[in-house]
Design a protein around this ligand. Sequence first.
Ligand SMILES: Nc1ncnc2c1ncn2[C@@H]1O[C@H](COP(=O)(O)OP(=O)(O)OP(=O)(O)O)[C@@H](O)[C@H]1O
Length: 245
Amino acid sequence: MVAPPDNDVLWARALHYSPNGSPALQGVSLGVREGEILAVCGPRGSGKSSLLRCLSGRLVPAEGEVWFNSTPLHTMDRHQREQLRRERFGWIGTEPGLVPELTGWENAALPLLLRGAARSAAKNAALDWLDRLDAGDCARRRPHQLRQDQCQRIAIARALITLPPLLFADEPTAALHRADGNQVLRTLTAAARSHRITVLMTTGDPDIAALADRTVHLLDGRRIGATPFHAATGAEGRDACSLSV
Ligand SMILES: Nc1ncnc2c1ncn2[C@@H]1O[C@H](COP(=O)(O)OP(=O)(O)OP(=O)(O)O)[C@@H](O)[C@H]1O
């Protein structure tokens, strides 16, 4: 086993994944630096979700290595991976996946409540995050009373409330109206930057990818190059990836 580079918080080498014989990932390698916001782009079926699921320990690749700092995910058993995901990773899916019986703030506070936090402290933290995500007026309503973008803001608050070192977002705004999606993502990336949360997100939308520090592209389960984002303007861009395919 090869040790990962010191400056990468997440590092993957030569990932292969073929569900039901369909080659979703064919040798993808990737490094993500601490505090970086990285967008994985590609057309439908290019392997974006499969990559995110392998990197976050939701799936185990058939071949290859995944390291979180100095911890190898690919050799962990299921219980160890679940614990790591619960304690260190955040996840935002395309659908909010809220609990219908709970209010907005209870949904956002759920990770803290499950960790045994006092209800009042968890509520205050949830209200704070909902405010920051422009969803303060959703706190006392249940999901069926809310719009899709409001539910997704609650899901983002739920993912951020524990301040995970690493946040995975799988097409987090794909189900939203374009303007809503862009605004939700701006708030998410601003919150992540202010807390130095590393973010790995997938998207098929170049406008969403433009909010990241760096973009990598997938096609047919392979990386087809890495571009430092904003390289032309130098506005927010950081160095290119430490590893290529
Ligand atoms: N569980 C599965 N069973 C069979 N095929 C799968 C499975 N998961 C992914 N695939 C196939 O692997 C390829 C990559 O899928 P994946 O969902 O990772 O791509 P994607 O880029 O996220 O696409 P989308 O934007 O449509 O979600 C596709 O051809 C898909 O049909």
